[in-house]
Design a protein around this ligand. Structure first.
Ligand SMILES: Cc1cc2nc3c(=O)[nH]c(=O)nc-3n(C[C@H](O)[C@H](O)[C@H](O)COP(=O)(O)OP(=O)(O)OC[C@H]3O[C@@H](n4cnc5c(N)ncnc54)[C@H](O)[C@@H]3O)c2cc1C
Length: 290
């Protein structure tokens, strides 16, 4: 019998590792079949980096790990978790009784996954939001589907401009808190556009981010302030404030979230002012068709 040093990989180890490698996909495949395929953020992420990382995770890492460490099973579980975990900035769909759906973005970052927090704006005559504000009470069941969507922060070194319209602040809060949590150092500017000061429903939080993080700046912009508001800050449409502050948007990465009208107006204007199409991302709060 050959002398063995501690930690040396034997042919038996390799046999067990190979068995684990070939059997381990069964578990995630069963889970995949049980899951709603639409709800996989990785599959929805049409992003070259995610794709390359996914291929490495799915093919290279398990093979290398199996034949060196014998830990293919663990790697597959990590891969499954990575593919399914919620990203920052995503939303859920809430089915109504007749099958119509209303989307709502969650504001909490992935590291606070024990609850889901939503920002709901009351729409006059709106079916879902009227229900939330007038009839929904603590303890009611709320069914939802998700997480969905691809409005998450891309990996790059560019300075970031966030543009939030009203409750479009919710997914941006999720992204920003995740960035702080990960210690990200990229410069971040948040422009939050609302009508009146009372609509800046989490202004203290955004101000606190600015005080606590030297790479974060906050600019509130009001579109319909009245004399009684005594507003001293920026006025007008939120995207116009950005156009005026950044005559050349080349080199920036922009994330816009809010009404479809705001998104549709802002993007062409940003592109015209030098922003690359590859670095602009949006989440438009489209009204439901049903
Ligand atoms: C990806 C995504 C994420 C979203 N996230 C959020 C969120 O975080 N918070 C949130 O409050 N909403 C969010 N929305 C919008 C939300 O899904 C609903 O459309 C909205 O809450 C209105 O639903 P409702 O049933 O009350 O109104 P409905 O009964 O659908 O609409 C009533 C009337 O109001 C109009 N209307 C609907 N929405 C608006 C609007 N925004 N502005 C002006 N008129 C409108 C409709 O055209 C219709 O005439 C999101 C939408 C999408 C697509």
């Amino acid at each position: 019998m050959a002398n063995m040093s501690a930690g040396e990989v034997t042919s038996d180890d390799r046999l067990w590792a190979a068995l684990a490698y070939f059997l381990s996909p069964i578990v995630p495949i069963i889970i995949l079949l049980m899951e709603d395929k639409k709800n996989r953020p990785f599959i929805k992420a049409h992003n070259a980096q995610a794709l390359i990382l996914g291929i490495i995770m799915a093919v290279v890492v398990p093979i290398v790990a199996t034949f060196t460490l014998g830990c293919g099973t663990v790697v597959y579980f990590i891969m499954w978790y990575w593919a399914y975990k919620a990203y920052q900035g995503q939303y859920i769909n809430i089915p109504l009784a007749d099958g119509q759906r209303r989307a709502c973005s969650f504001d909490n970052p992935p590291h606070q996954a024990e609850y889901i927090e939503l920002h709901v704006r009351l729409i006059a005559g709106g079916r879902f939001t009227t229900h939330v504000f007038t009839r929904m009470k603590a303890g009611d069941d709320l069914r939802f589907e998700g997480p969905l969507g691809t409005f998450y922060l891309r990996e790059s070194t560019r300075p970031i401009i966030f543009v939030a319209g009203a409750t479009g602040f919710a997914p941006i809060k999720s992204i920003v808190e995740d960035a702080f949590h990960r210690g990200m150092r990229r410069p971040m500017l948040l422009y939050w556009g609302v009508r009146r000061p009372k609509d800046l429903y989490m202004m203290e939080l955004a101000q606190r981010w600015q005080q606590e993080h030297d790479n974060f700046k906050f600019v509130p912009v009001l579109s319909e302030s009245e004399a009684e508001d005594r507003w001293q800050g920026r006025s007008g449409l939120v995207h116009e404030a950005i156009l005026s502050d950044f005559p050349d948007l080349k080199g920036y990465e922009v994330y816009v979230c809010g009404s479809a009208k705001m998104v549709d107006t802002a993007f062409p204007a940003f592109l015209e002012q030098g922003l690359s199409e590859d670095y602009c991302f949006s989440d438009a709060f489209l009204p439901s068709k049903g």
